[in-house]
Structures are given as C-alpha cells and as structure tokens.
Design a protein around this ligand. Structure first.
Ligand code: SAM
Length: 295
C-alpha cells in the first residue's frame, strides 16, 4: 500500500498517535493537514529542481515533504528535539533533505548556505512560521543572509497585512518600513484555521517577500534610519515633530529637528503614517547631520 502525504488529517493523526506527540503552544506548533494549501504555497514560490530551500520549523515534515518533491534540496531547522526521530522516519524516502536541530535565530545562515547549497544559484526560504517569533525570524534572514532572494511564508494574517501596508493606512508602521526597505511584498492567499492541527486562534496568510537588489532607499546610516522611523511611530496620534522632540530631547535641539524636517521637505504637523519610506530616508539623512557621537 502506498503511503499518503504527511499533510493529510489521517496520516498526521497516525504519526502523532504513534509517537505520543503533544503540542507545545510555546513553540507555535500548529501543523498543516491540507496538502493543497502547501502545493499552492510552493506554486507561488516558483520552486524547481534548481532551487535550494531553507525551511524554518518542519514539525512532522508536512511542508518539508512537498518541498523535497519540488526543490533540489531542502535544509530544515527544528528547535524541538522530540520531532527529530519523527522526521527521521516521515522523511526517510527523501534523500535531498537535511534536518538540523537548532534555533533558527542562532544559526549562521551564510555558513549553512555555503555548506549545503554551494552548487545552487537560487536559494529561497519557505516556511509555515512559528507565529510567536515571525518578525525576529524574518529580520534575521533579511539582515544576515543576502543570498536568500525570496521568502514565501505562512504567518498571522494581521502581521502579513502590517508588513505589506502602504502609507495612510491603519496597518502602516515601522514593521512595514523595515520589511519593505529590503523586499517587495505581496499577500498571495489567506489560509483558514481549519487546515491546521491544533487550530490556531487567528486566520493566516501567505506572504511572498522578494528581496530587492539594493534597499529601496539610500540612507547614510541604517541604524539611525530605523531609529527615526521607530521614534516617529512611537505615539501614532502625535505629529512627527512631537515624536521626534520626545525621542531626541536630550541629544538634538528642537530647532535642529525642525530644520531637518524642513530640509527634508516634510510638513512637521503630519503624522508618521502619512510619510513614505523615501521621506523617512531624507529625514534620517538630514537628522544625521545634527547627530553627535554621543547621541
Ligand atoms: N512546517 C510544519 C507544518 O507546516 O505543519 C510545522 C509548522 S509550526 C507552525 C512551527 C514549527 O517551528 C514547529 O515545529 C516548532 O517546533 C518550530 N520552531 C519553533 N521555534 C523555532 C525556532 N526558534 N527555530 C526553529 N524551529 C522552531
């Protein structure tokens, strides 16, 4: 008898029962039991036999199995050691999968890429992310692993909307800017709770993030740019001027901040949500001219 895919209610329940597996909510463990959703996700990623894939959190291997079928090679990082013997069995038929027991946030992705994907030109990340650390994972990848050119991830719908948001919307904020600075984003589908076991409390979405060849805007000092963005959104209902005044009160004079806003051609009475990423870049570059070593 041929085995069915892992991502089916029957096979998943069977695996969970055989290993007496109990879910750890603290690790964001919600497994997919609908193979069509995974196939659609892979279609949106455009994975083929030339592609090397990094996966975060294989669980019992539902998505990993589908990736192994379509990709050249899959390297998957799983933090929960109870899942390792399970994965060893569920993925035994696939010789193009490597499972690494590690916390993705502590992994040096560049050396992994060098070791496992040296002969491949296209490297992507595909993952049904553990929702409790969605943002740190994506920022870790964006900031430390430039070779990963595309990310296709399942995440909380609300977070996907914030990452994808445009100015003058309620979802637009520092997260939208941090993500869009590095990537072009697109929400490609919503995923109902019913395709997971156990069911999460929230609806999910699949977000595709395509890395830009270079960041969207040119900034003189990246750390200061992100700091200015964060400070500007600290109190959403306050004007950009007042948010900057409070953040820099000990280090930059008000008149200098007003001068920076003027030179950047930004109306000081606007709220941060009205500003484009280009405007934030101009503003940070102008503020940078007043920043002293000890700011
Ligand atoms: N890929 C499986 C699926 O789609 O059914 C499971 C996805 S589940 C939402 C998230 C997985 O990430 C779990 O297996 C969990 O143990 C794992 N995980 C949680 N935190 C992690 C971390 N810091 N590093 C690596 N894996 C992690």
């Amino acid at each position: 008898m041929t085995k069915s895919y892992i991502a089916t209610p029957r096979r998943t329940t069977e695996i969970l029962r055989t290993y007496h597996f109990t879910f750890k909510k603290s690790l964001g463990q919600n497994f997919i039991i609908d193979v069509n959703i995974l196939k659609k996700m892979i279609e949106h990623a455009h994975i083929d036999k030339e592609t090397g894939v990094i996966e975060v959190g294989p669980g019992i291997g539902s998505l990993t199995e589908q990736l192994a079928i379509y990709a050249n090679k899959v390297v998957a990082f799983e933090i929960d050691d109870r899942l390792l013997p399970i994965l060893n069995e569920t993925l035994a038929d696939y010789d193009n999968v490597a499972i690494i027991h590690a916390d993705i946030l502590k992994v040096d992705l560049n050396s992994v890429i060098e070791e496992h994907f040296a002969d491949l030109k296209i490297i992507q990340l595909v993952s049904n992310l553990p929702y409790y650390i969605t943002t740190p994972i994506l920022m870790h990848i964006l900031q430390t692993a430039p070779a990963i050119e595309k990310m296709t991830v399942m995440l909380q719908k609300e977070v996907a909307e914030r990452m994808n948001a445009k100015p003058n919307t309620k979802d637009y904020g520092s997260l939208s800017i941090a993500v869009q600075y590095y990537t072009e984003t697109k929400i490609v589908m919503d995923v109902p709770k019913t395709v997971f076991i156990p069911q999460p409390n929230v609806t999910s979405s699949v977000l595709v993030l395509k890395r830009r060849e270079k960041p969207l805007v040119q900034v003189d000092d990246e750390a200061l740019f992100f700091r200015v963005v964060k400070a500007s959104f600290a109190h959403r209902r306050k004007t950009i001027r007042n948010n900057l005044f409070s953040h820099f009160k000990k280090t930059i004079a008000k008149e200098h901040l007003l001068q920076a806003l003027k030179r950047a051609e930004i109306d000081e009475s606007l709220r941060a949500e009205a500003l484009t990423i280009e405007q934030f870049a101009r503003l940070a570059n102008e503020i940078g001219k007043f920043v002293s070593e000890n700011t």
